[in-house]
Design a protein around this ligand. Structure first.
Ligand SMILES: Nc1nc2c(ncn2[C@@H]2O[C@H](COP(=O)(O)O)[C@@H](O)[C@H]2O)c(=O)[nH]1
Ligand SMILES: [Mn+2]
Length: 154
């Protein structure tokens, strides 16, 4: 619903714009999968499926980019990859350390919420997404690196 609403709005404002098929990409779920000839219940907590050829999204933070990736189906990792850059510090630690002014500074190139209520998602609270991608080249290949323009948080 939300995705369709955003696509409709963009299509209205930018004539000729086109969209690829959406990439379904869940994290924090359990799936029954056949691997090594056995049926497993694979729990992906903070992880996404990266089966051979699967498209996935690995985000960075409000201020950095995101990656579109293609899974390589690594069997030793049960066809998983990371869900994102991951946190450098907890939400509470981020709230103690940073202010809304810091958030505004770190998201200066992004159209997004900048108030106190989202300081726990300040870019400095997350690890470097490029490092995260370099650390999992055996799990996924990069299809595209996206630069964040707007960031919508509910
Ligand atoms: N592109 C964006 N990536 C983000 C944003 N907020 C967090 N993240 C990344 O996603 C995962 C999940 O974060 P969580 O704190 O909500 O569990 C995390 O690893 C971050 O790297 C965002 O606004 N834009
Ligand atoms: Mn999450």
């Amino acid at each position: 619903m939300m995705l369709q609403g955003i696509c409709d709005e963009l299509a209205h404002r930018i004539p000729g714009i086109g969209f690829d098929a959406p990439i379904p990409c869940h994290h924090n779920y359990v799936a029954v999968e056949n691997q090594d000839g056995l049926e497993w219940m694979v729990t992906r907590k903070g992880a996404i499926r990266a089966g051979a050829g699967d498209l996935g999204v690995i985000p960075g933070s409000m201020g950095t980019g995101s990656y579109i990736v293609r899974g390589l189906g690594d069997e030793q990792s049960y066809a998983c990859a990371s869900h994102g850059a991951g946190r450098r510090m907890s939400r509470n630690a981020a709230r103690r350390r940073f202010t809304a002014a810091d958030l505004a500074e770190q998201t200066s190139s992004v159209e997004c919420r900048k108030e106190e209520g989202v300081v726990d998602e300040i870019p400095a609270a997350y690890k470097d997404i490029d490092d995260g991608i370099r650390a999992q080249t055996d799990l996924v290949e990069v299809v595209a690196r996206l630069q964040t323009l707007p960031c919508i948080k509910g």
